[in-house]
Unconditional design. Sequence first.
Length: 120
Amino acid sequence: MTNGKFDFVMLFNNQLKFQKMITGENDLPEDSVRWFSYHVQAMVEEMGEVLRADKRWKTHRNAFYDRENKMEEIADMFITILNLAIFSGLDAQSLYDVVSAKMQRNEANKGRIRGGRDAE
């Protein structure tokens, strides 16, 4: 957080620096099929860990829920998404811009999604 606000670019750049250190790849971000594939597989694993932390989805009889662990696993998923972007050759601003544009389209479509109602 910077001045009490979420700083996406700082988070992205910190992860970029970390990936450069652990992979030895200094020309990041770059489009790398090898590392992208690795992080897709890591994302699948992280999704499984989120599901294990909150099993309420499974059946009406399963009430297992570990909120702290679920938050940790969601954080791991967020970091993995940053890695997917890094190894797709995206920089922080490009990723931020495309996510912001997508969210703006979602906002513009909310009336259609709600069946023509634009209620808040």
